[in-house]
Design a protein around this ligand. Structure first.
Ligand SMILES: Cc1cc2nc3c(=O)[nH]c(=O)nc-3n(C[C@H](O)[C@H](O)[C@H](O)COP(=O)(O)OP(=O)(O)OC[C@H]3O[C@@H](n4cnc5c(N)ncnc54)[C@H](O)[C@@H]3O)c2cc1C
Length: 436
């Protein structure tokens, strides 16, 4: 069983200082950038291939970097990302209690371009042509590939009552870190004494199983210290707390959080700030409503016929992350359907398994028959204590799935200040492994 201090060691290639410098002056709007080869990318290892990666988040950035590190200069890698910088969701709950800013969670693509020779394209990919092996961007530009990696993360279902941008601004999800996260922080700080904060959790699978419960604790902890008489209500569509139940039940008791399982949203009236649920016919009125809608894979997957699991997710072969129904197209991170959690740490690990399998394929070899991945999450419970959860997954040939080694994930015995400090180290190491 893995020890918590080993999480960080399991992430390879780390330790280089992180920058939050955006694209470091790279020309934007679908303009490609190449750079000179660096010693980090080996030359003349005898394989050739052309890979396009779409989505420069935890999965996409990592696979692009490792394809160059392991495949060498013969692997031409282009990474297409619609945003100029990546904003980490991980740690974004700490924007809500004022411990971090959104800017402190932003990572540029300069290292991938300059150190690893990844060709960066800023743009939004709309269409995939699996027969012609090309993708089309919103700008009309096309890119051809030998192999394609899709890492678009998630999109949300529309919650009745929240169809318009105005309603969404009044009732943010803040589940893709960015402007909504800062807006939610401002709503929380503007809450009156005796105010009510309500948040909803969608049915699994959703990204970061402990994340919503962590959010409830962080917000309630801040409110308890800064406003009198406030209430935090958590409405969970799931039948129980989905991760680290011991840590969160203790946190909920500490902060006086009211937790209701099996609570499905019916609709929201954003003007009246009223939430209607399956629990009762009367609405719940609140000063701040934070609805996290049900998830599905990014539109790139659902719009291009790749969502073969409930019309929501893409099934993959976990030895390669190649889509089960689309040869040459790999899907990693939150968008794929596997037995592993939808988490940034797992997206990073899937990216490495995928990069390794692609490099082997370009060399005419079979994939590693027994890949191992690791997932870990630290969850702040108060402003200076955290708990953690970790699991190691190994390939199970009988089922063709990744199974938890040892049968169960391991959870921290209790929240602690030590865990909180390690959380910061773990986060910096993970982000360096993906972006530095
Ligand atoms: C509050 C919160 C806390 C979290 N905490 C943790 C944690 O402690 N530990 C952990 O492991 N995970 C955590 N997560 C989960 C983690 O953030 C996700 O699992 C992870 O980001 C998934 O990586 P990904 O590469 O699949 O998607 P993302 O990181 O979301 O990246 C997807 C990228 O694709 C781009 N994109 C999408 N479509 C297109 C397109 N058509 N064209 C071009 N670009 C496109 C997007 O702009 C985005 O940059 C947390 C999530 C939240 C919301």
């Amino acid at each position: 069983m893995i020890k918590r201090r080993d999480f960080i060691k399991l992430l390879s290639g780390a330790g280089v200082g992180m920058t939050a410098a955006g694209w470091s002056g790279i020309a934007l709007a679908d303009k490609r950038r190449t750079s000179s080869t660096t010693p980090l990318v080996p030359t003349n290892i005898g394989i050739k291939g052309k890979v396009v990666v779409i989505g420069g988040g935890m999965g996409g950035a990592t696979v692009a970097k490792y394809l160059r590190m392991w495949g060498g200069t013969g692997i031409d890698v282009t990474l297409v990302e619609r945003e100029a910088v990546y904003t980490s969701n991980i740690m974004s709950n700490l924007v809500l209690n004022g411990q971090r800013t959104i800017q402190s969670l932003q990572y540029g693509y300069g290292n991938l371009a300059n150190k690893y020779g990844v060709k960066m394209v800023q743009g939004n990919v709309l269409a995939i042509d699996p027969v012609g092996r090309k993708v089309t961007l919103a700008s009309g530009a096309t890119l051809t590939y030998d192999r394609l990696v899709l890492a678009p993360g998630i999109d949300f279902d529309t919650v009745p009552g929240l169809e318009t941008p105005e309603a969404q601004a009044k009732v943010p999800h803040a589940w893709k870190a960015g402007g909504q996260t800062t807006a939610l922080r401002n709503m929380i700080t503007a809450m009156p004494n005796n105010g009510v904060f309500v948040m909803t959790i969608p049915a699994a699978p959703y990204r970061c199983p402990p994340g919503p419960y962590e959010r409830a604790c962080v917000v309630a902890d801040w409110l308890r210290r800064n406003k009198t008489g406030t209430r935090v209500i958590v409405l969970d569509a799931n039948p129980k707390i989905m991760a680290e139940p011991n840590a969160f039940l203790e946190g909920f008791a500490l902060h006086g959080i009211q937790y209701y399982p099996n609570a499905v949203i019916d609709h929201v009236d954003a003007n009246a700030m009223a939430l209607y649920t399956s629990l009762q016919s009367q609405p719940i009125y609140a000063n701040v409503i934070n609805v996290i809608p049900p998830h599905r894979a990014g539109a790139l997957i659902t719009d291009n016929g790749l969502a073969d699991v409930n019309g929501r997710w893409a099934s993959v072969n976990v030895l390669t992350y190649e889509a089960n129904h689309a040869a040459g197209i790999h899907v990693i991170g939150d968008a794929s359907a596997t037995t592993q959690p939808k988490a940034g740490h797992i997206a990073n690990q899937e990216a490495k398994v995928c990069a390794d399998a692609m490099v082997r394929a370009f060399a005419g070899k079979n994939p590693d028959p027994s890949p191992v991945t690791n997932s870990s999450c630290y969850s702040p419970i108060t402003a200076d204590t955290a708990s953690w959860l970790t699991a190691v997954f190994g390939f199970d040939a009988a089922t063709g799935t990744m199974k938890v080694v040892g049968g169960a994930a391991t959870e921290a015995a209790s929240r602690s200040k030590d865990n909180y400090e390690e959380m910061v180290k773990w986060f910096n190491t993970l982000m360096s492994d993906s972006f530095a």
